[in-house]
Design a binder for this molecule. Structure first.
Ligand code: NCD
Ligand code: ZN
Ligand code: ZN
Ligand code: ZN
Length: 454
């Protein structure tokens, strides 16, 4: 099976180069002048389009199983394809949660038959070293730690116990992705508010105070530094947290971080306008925080943009009591257009966007065949039209979560064609071919020889 994209602009080594790409048996076989490419079974005329590597979203909640009413493997991966994402990493806070090797295996088995882009899976960071090893053995890409767990008795609120899990993750050579909010503190304020019948957006913001994010960043980076673990901080939202990251980096901590389009582009004014539809954790912050995040992204201190695609039903988003609103918004189908719009406005370069959405995710999460256009890498490619204008309309989403705080916003630039392993999965609004996704596992390079058979 061969496919060719001809007369396209390609983002290569940070520059746009005119030419074409050949894909043979799922991999890029050649990149060069269109005239020099071999004939192929399928040809895509790339005139007016730009070819970039298939994007990687390292923070997606595909749900499925008992939460399939919010999203399932099929709807979530169709949304990914429509948004230009060819590989996504699924979070473990599902029902049931991905807390053991067995749970992970069940998930992978179920996903195999129904995914339309590539999917990798997080396992929940566990206390047991045996369980951690078993989850990696079963295919987990990385671990996820929810520091915002409200129960103060949770094992990982004990620094000593957390330290040993971080140490084991380090020896396995995998990332620990982290939700950085101190859960016990957030929960305490929430309980007080609820007891006093305070249930407005303002109260929600008070519970999810900026200092709880900064404090969580401080805690996790100082622990991970001690055992040389690699921590990836999810959805950073405040200037203060960014500052903590700089301090940790100067002290030699291996820490990477991500920002979402909503924290980059929206703020608390949008929250008061949109209410529950703009509730997520961490919440939208001040304009100055969004600006600081944007600057850090443009300058390369924010490594990754991830959507934190967190689908919920419309009922769950429109409860009048703020504590009853499920936090999270869908993002797979809006992330790339929102960022391309800023490229068009010259607020950031296309190259920087592709680093944050493809190159860096591949490097940080150990996906060597992905994240760049080069001969020998996986045939995952997105063709974008940098000039197409359209309005975000959540009623057209492939995701089951048909709402967005970005609804009605005018964008310039969108994905036109999404190619997974050399097959056209999505083209101009339509799904062309299904079930082309594969389960991806991490290229694990153990740092110490913990040679326990399992
Ligand atoms: C996420 C969800 O719904 O699973 N919600 C959110 O607001 N971000 C959980 C999370 O990413 O913390
Ligand atoms: Zn989170
Ligand atoms: Zn999330
Ligand atoms: Zn095993």
């Amino acid at each position: 099976m061969s496919l060719r994209v001809t007369d396209v602009k390609m983002l290569l080594g940070g520059r746009l180069v005119e030419g074409g790409i050949s894909i043979q048996d799922g991999r890029i076989s050649r990149i060069g002048k269109t005239l020099h490419l071999p004939k192929s079974e399928t040809n895509i005329d790339g005139k007016g389009l730009i070819a970039i590597p298939g994007l990687i979203d390292v923070h997606v909640h595909l749900r499925d199983m008992e939460l399939a009413y919010k999203e399932d493997f099929s709807s979530g991966t169709l949304a990914a394809a429509a948004g230009g994402f060819t590989t996504i990493l699924d979070m473990p806070n599902t029902k049931p949660p991905t807390t053991s090797e067995e749970r992970l295996r069940e998930k992978i088995e179920r996903a195999k038959a129904t995914i339309h882009v590539n999917v990798g899976f997080y396992g929940a960071l566990a206390e047991s070293a045996i369980e951690l090893r078993a989850m990696i053995h079963a295919g987990a890409i990385a671990f996820k730690l929810y520091m915002n767990e409200p129960n103060p008795e949770a094992w990982h609120h004990d620094p000593r116990r957390l330290l040993s899990s971080l140490e084991e993750s380090a020896s396995l050579g995998v990332q620990v992705a982290c939700h950085a909010e101190t859960g016990a503190e957030v929960a305490k304020i929430q309980r007080e508010c609820q007891a006093e019948g305070k249930n407005s957006v303002r109260d929600f913001l008070r519970a999810h105070a900026p200092e709880f994010e900064a404090e969580a960043v401080r805690r996790i980076t100082s622990l991970s530094r001690r055992v040389r673990a690699s921590v990836h901080l999810c959805h950073m939202s405040t200037q203060r947290a960014l500052k903590e990251i700089s301090i940790a980096r100067r002290a030699g901590t291996a820490v990477t971080c991500e920002a979402t389009p909503h924290h980059l582009l929206l703020d608390q004014k949008d929250l008061s306008r949109k209410g529950g539809l703009a509730i997520m954790v961490p919440p939208l912050r001040k304009t100055s925080d969004a600006r600081a995040l944007w600057r850090s992204l443009a300058e390369g201190r924010v490594d990754v943009v991830a959507s934190d695609h967190a689908p919920h039903s419309l009922e769950e988003k429109t409860a009048t009591d703020v504590w009853a609103v499920k936090p999270g918004i869908p993002g797979l189908e809006t992330t790339l257009p929102l960022l391309l719009t800023r490229v068009k406005r010259r607020e950031i370069s296309l190259n920087r966007i592709v680093q944050a959405l493809a190159e860096n995710p591949a490097r940080i999460f150990g996906l060597p065949g992905k994240g760049r256009l080069a001969a020998g890498t996986d045939g995952d490619i997105v063709l974008i039209n940098p000039k197409e204008r359209f309005k975000i309309d959540s009623s057209t989403f492939y995701s089951k979560a048909r709402f967005s705080p970005f609804d009605g916003l005018e964008c310039v630039g969108r994905p036109v064609t999404t190619i997974v392993s050399g097959r056209i999965v999505y083209d101009r609004g339509e799904i062309v071919e299904k079930n082309r996704g594969e389960v991806v596992t991490s290229e694990v390079r153990p740092r110490s020889s913990s040679s326990t058979a399992c």
